[in-house]
Design a protein around this ligand. Structure first.
Ligand SMILES: [Zn+2]
Length: 591
């Protein structure tokens, strides 16, 4: 036990010592901190940002704040798997504490969530300071003149309470913190479509109920070292909501960048390359399983914020504070064009919905300024391979920004999808996402296109609790009779794109690919050889064309030739006894 403790102490100090050197920072945003003697000092400020508070202490602070300020109310969005409330604070000058009242203020509604990955908790401590300054302390009261602020301090509440020193090895503070995934080991930021987690179901209901003009997901990223402390981005105009992306690109980013710089922060784009000085910036489109991909698919302006894990905790928390402050200032000024962009996207009925993208090969990428950090490559005696050592010395250069903006596959939305009554689990998910449909009270026959599936390929291991699958689809025109209780999902709706992404089996975030329809991939009726053998003989005798086809198959396909079972099955498939619905995807397209 003693040895274990000694080893633990050595490992924590080793982790701190082994992090790449911090770049000295003393930004103007330090002035936002209040002294420990202030009655409204936040729990993290009181420790000079060495620590972050537990769930109970966080909620206790917020309860005290709400009690002291008429402009705040706290509501529970729902319970986590372990029964904790996921709290949301509503900050409104008009005390508009219902969704309708909030809409009637005609001010922007900004919803920011912290701790979807609970170890990345900067947003929580920033939000506590900001809510205090907007209300009891009064130094930022003007922010509520132009916007309403909805704040979820801890989204992954159960993961947050898996609280200890051993939480994020690549991160510079706080001293202790929570875990990435929830109590069921689900990553909430892969859960927006399938919504397995209770916490996620609560959040999706909140998005529908409170209809934010802007949805912000606050994270901390590791990866390469660079100078930026606050990086943020969204799906580009090649995604699902181009008008909204353009607003973010042109009306939003430069204003928030300027606000951050003024306070001594170093804003940057999302960087997911290992060596930004050489490789620059690579931006993809996020899938709907992720917060900002989901927001894009349902036309909610959505921003992913990634503070940089190698920056000290005080710098990161203050950076997020300034980010949120200038987001509220910018949206207050730019609300009219944002609302126009949202309305444009909700009214748009795209000819095709993109499914995959790539960086265009024939377009020279734009060169952008990169605020990087010098590194050295050495040979590792442990791996025998090259290792990167970050040296903490700022370097500025220009490098390419590659954006996956060329659509490589897409699907044309049908007039409507039909989901048969038997698939209640899928229909319940449509309900959760707020996708409207008509439920038929009596059976109805409809001319539809359905997919026959072939070559299903299941992943060899689970992902987020599901065994995912892809397949080849062959369309078939059919007259299909849908039983009472089946639903017709029109795509001529604001959420038509989201419905397409959920129901089209070639979509990477479809319910099909998440494994909801795995049972239809089984062929469930069989034939005995002693029946099939004489029947095959009769079929050959009665149908010379079939006989020729069989002969050709035997001659050309060696595997088939050597497989007696496959040879009989070939005939079985050509009898009316064979399952006519084998591998028929049950969701149909009404074209
Ligand atoms: Zn994260």
């Amino acid at each position: 036990m003693l040895t274990a403790l000694l080893l633990s102490a050595t490992l924590t100090s080793a982790q701190t010592a082994l992090l790449p050197p911090a770049i000295p920072w003393n930004g103007a945003s330090r002035a936002l901190m209040v002294p420990a003697s202030d009655p409204w000092v936040t729990p993290s400020e009181a420790t000079q940002f060495r620590k972050t508070p537990h769930y109970d202490e966080t909620i206790a602070y917020l309860n005290r704040l709400v009690k002291a300020s008429p402009n705040l109310k706290m509501i529970s969005l729902g319970k986590s798997a372990e029964g904790r409330d996921v709290w949301m604070v509503i900050a409104s000058k008009e005390r508009a504490f219902t969704p309708d009242a909030l809409r009637r203020t005609n001010k922007a509604i900004v919803l920011a969530q912290a701790g979807i990955h609970a170890g990345e908790i900067d947003g929580k401590d920033a939000g506590l300071m900001l809510l205090r300054d907007m209300t009891v302390r009064g130094t930022k009261r003007d922010l509520l003149d132009g916007a309403n602020f909805l704040f979820v301090p801890i989204f992954n509440v159960d993961g947050h309470e898996r609280f200890n020193r051993w939480f994020r090895i690549n991160q510079r503070g706080p001293e202790e913190g929570g875990w990435r995934t929830n109590a069921r080991n689900l990553n909430l930021n892969r859960d927006y479509v399938k919504a397995d987690a209770e916490e996620m179901q609560a959040m999706i209901r909140a998005l529908r109920t409170w209809q934010p003009d802007l949805y912000i997901d606050l994270h901390v990223t590791d990866g390469a070292d660079y100078q930026y402390d606050v990086t943020f981005g969204w799906n580009s105009a090649a995604g699902y909501s181009p008008a909204i992306s353009r607003w973010l690109d042109t009306n939003y980013r430069s204003s928030v960048d300027a606000g951050l710089r003024e306070m001594g922060h170093i804003p940057g784009p999302l960087i997911f390359t290992d060596d930004p000085l050489a490789a620059g910036v690579a931006l993809g489109q996020s899938d709907p399983r992720l917060s900002h991909g989901y927001g894009d698919a349902r036309h909610i302006p959505s921003i992913l914020v990634e503070n940089h894990s190698l920056k000290p905790y005080d710098q990161r928390v203050l950076g997020m504070y300034v980010f949120l402050e200038h987001t509220l200032r910018t949206i207050a000024r730019e609300l009219a064009p944002l609302r126009t962009a949202i309305a444009t996207e909700r009214a748009r009925r795209p000819e095709s919905v993109p499914l995959t993208w790539k960086v265009p090969a024939d377009v020279q990428p734009q060169q952008v300024e990169i605020l990087g950090v010098e590194s050295r490559k050495t040979l590792s005696p442990i791996t025998g391979d090259v290792q990167v050592e970050w040296l903490g010395k700022p370097v500025t250069t220009r490098a390419p920004m590659r954006v996956a903006s060329e659509v490589t596959s897409s699907v044309k939305p049908p007039r409507a999808y039909w989901v048969p009554a038997a698939w209640q689990e899928v229909i319940a998910k449509l309900d959760l996402h707020g996708i409207a449909y008509e439920r038929i009270a009596a059976p109805r026959e409809v001319d539809v296109t359905m997919y026959r599936l072939s070559n299903p390929k299941h992943d060899t291991s689970q992902f987020e609790g599901h065994v995912r699958v892809t397949t080849t689809t062959t369309p078939e025109k059919r007259k299909e009779r849908f039983p009472a209780g089946s639903v017709r999902v029109s795509t001529d709706k604001p959420l038509g794109t989201l419905a397409t992404l959920l129901l089209e089996p070639s979509s990477g975030d479809s319910f099909f690919q998440w494994g909801y329809f795995n049972s239809i991939l089984a062929v469930t009726e069989y034939v005995e050889d002693y029946i099939m053998e004489p029947m095959a003989e009769r079929m050959l005798a009665e149908d010379p064309k079939l006989a020729e086809e069989f002969r050709a198959k035997v001659e050309s396909d060696a595997a088939f030739r050597g497989d007696s079972r496959a040879r009989l099955w070939w005939f079985y498939q050509r009898t009316p006894f064979y399952d006519e619905r084998a591998r028929l995807y049950p969701v149909a397209r009404e074209e």
